[in-house]
Design a protein around this ligand. Structure first.
Ligand SMILES: O=C(O)[C@@H](CO)OP(=O)(O)O
Length: 338
C-alpha cells in the first residue's frame, strides 16, 4: 500500500478554494474536467397518478420510459414541484465486518434487509415515479425491498441499458403493465466512493496500523483520497454531475424521484443540495437505511428530514400535492392495498 499520504490535519489540508460551496465547484469541474458530466379501479389509479405526477422519460430506447398515453395526459398537469427521497443502502455484509467496501459489490445482511423494509414502510405514502440506484447490489436490494412496501404497489423494474440487445430483450409491450411499473435506472456514477487500496481492509486494524488521524482523513476529509482511491471531492465530481444532468431534469418535470445509493455518494449529493461547505460536509454522517425527504420547488431544494413513519402527519403537510396524494391513497386503500 502506498504510505506517502499527507499527515496534515484535516483543517489545514482543506484549501481556501475548496471551501467554496459545491455548486460553485461543480461548475468548475464542468469547465476543467475531462470526466464525462455529463373501470373505477382504473379511474382511482389515474386520480392518484395525476396527483403523484407526471411526464415522460430519460431515454426513448426503453419502452418503460417512453411516454404512454396516460403519461402524455399527465404531462398536461405538470407541476414544478416534486418529492426527492434519498436512501443509503441497508447494512451490508462488509459493514457488519467493519471492512472498507467502496466499489466492492457485496449484498445486504439480514439486518440490512430489515432496514430496507422499514425504510420502505416509512415512505410508503410518498409518491415515487422513477428510481435511480448505483450499479451495486446493496443499493439495488435496498430500493427493491423498500418499494415492495409501497402502498401504490407498482412494480419496480430495473432498466438494462448496458447494450442494445439488453434493451430490446427487456421491453414491455403492455401500456397497462407499463403504467403499473416504476423504472429503476442503475448508474455507476452513484456508486460508493472508490476506496482504493483500503477496499477489503478492516477499519479498526487500519487505524491501528496507520494511526487514527490518518484513517479519519482518508475517510472524512473532503479532498484527501485514500491510497489509489477517490476523495469525496472526486466522488462528488461524478455523482453531482450525474444528479444535475439526469435527476434534476426529472424533478423539474414534476417526477417524484427516489435515489438509493451510498454513504459517500449521497454525502456529496447532500452537500450540493444543502449547499454545505467542504468543512461542513466532514461531520455529515448518514445511517444505513434511513430515508431523507426533500421537496423540489421552483428550482430549489427544501430539506424535509426523515419521515419517521408512513402516517406522520407533518410529512404530508409539506405540500398540497403530497397531502392530496396521501388523501387519494387513503380513499382508495381497499383497492390500492389489496
Ligand atoms: O466502507 C465504505 O465503503 C464506506 C461506507 O461504508 O465507509 P466509510 O464510512 O469509511 O466512508
Amino acid at each position: 500500500m502506498a504510505t506517502a499520504m499527507s499527515h496534515q490535519s484535516i483543517a489545514s489540508t482543506i484549501s481556501q478554494s475548496s471551501r467554496e460551496p459545491l455548486n460553485v465547484q461543480t461548475k468548475r469541474f464542468k469547465n476543467n474536467s475531462s470526466l464525462s458530466y455529463h373501470t373505477s379501479r382504473k379511474r382511482n389509479f389515474s386520480k392518484i397518478e395525476a396527483v403523484a405526477s407526471q411526464t415522460s422519460s430519460v431515454s426513448s430506447h426503453n419502452t418503460l420510459l417512453s411516454p404512454s398515453k396516460n403519461n402524455i395526459e399527465h404531462s398536461k398537469k405538470k407541476t414544478n414541484e416534486a418529492a426527492l427521497i434519498l436512501i443509503r443502502h441497508g447494512e451490508s455484509l462488509w459493514n457488519e465486518k467493519n471492512l472498507f467496501t467502496g466499489c466492492v459489490d457485496v449484498p445486504l445482511t439480514e439486518k440490512g434487509v430489515e432496514e430496507a423494509i422499514e425504510a420502505g414502510k416509512r415512505i410508503s405514502n410518498i409518491p415515487v415515479d422513477i428510481i435511480f440506484t448505483s450499479s451495486l447490489i446493496r443499493a439495488q436490494m435496498t430500493a427493491m425491498l423498500a418499494m415492495i412496501q409501497h402502498r401504490r404497489k407498482k412494480v419496480p423494474i430495473i432498466l438494462h441499458n448496458e447494450s442494445e440487445k439488453a434493451q430490446t430483450w427487456s421491453q414491455v409491450f403492455s401500456e397497462e403493465t407499463k403504467n403499473q411499473s416504476i423504472p429503476v435506472i442503475p448508474a455507476w456514477q452513484l456508486n460508493e466512493r472508490m476506496y482504493g487500496e483500503l477496499q477489503g481492509l478492516n477499519k479498526q486494524e487500519t487505524a491501528e496500523r496507520y494511526g487514527k488521524q490518518q484513517v479519519h482523513e482518508w475517510r472524512r476529509s473532503y479532498d484527501i483520497p485514500p491510497p489509489k482511491g477517490e476523495s469525496l471531492e472526486m466522488c462528488a465530481e461524478r455523482a453531482v454531475a450525474y444528479f444535475e444532468d439526469n435527476i434534476e431534469p426529472k424533478l423539474a418535470a414534476g417526477k417524484n424521484v427516489m435515489i438509493a445509493a451510498h454513504g459517500n455518494s449521497l454525502r456529496s449529493i447532500i452537500m450540493y443540495l444543502d449547499k454545505l461547505t467542504c468543512q461542513e460536509v466532514i461531520s455529515l454522517e448518514l445511517s444505513t437505511g434511513i430515508p431523507l425527504l426533500y421537496i423540489f420547488k421552483d428550482g430549489k431544494f427544501m430539506k424535509r428530514g426523515s419521515p419517521v413513519g408512513p402516517t406522520e402527519p407533518g410529512v404530508y403537510a409539506y405540500t398540497k400535492g403530497l397531502a392530496q396524494y396521501r388523501h387519494n391513497l387513503d380513499e382508495n386503500s381497499e383497492v390500492v392495498c389489496s
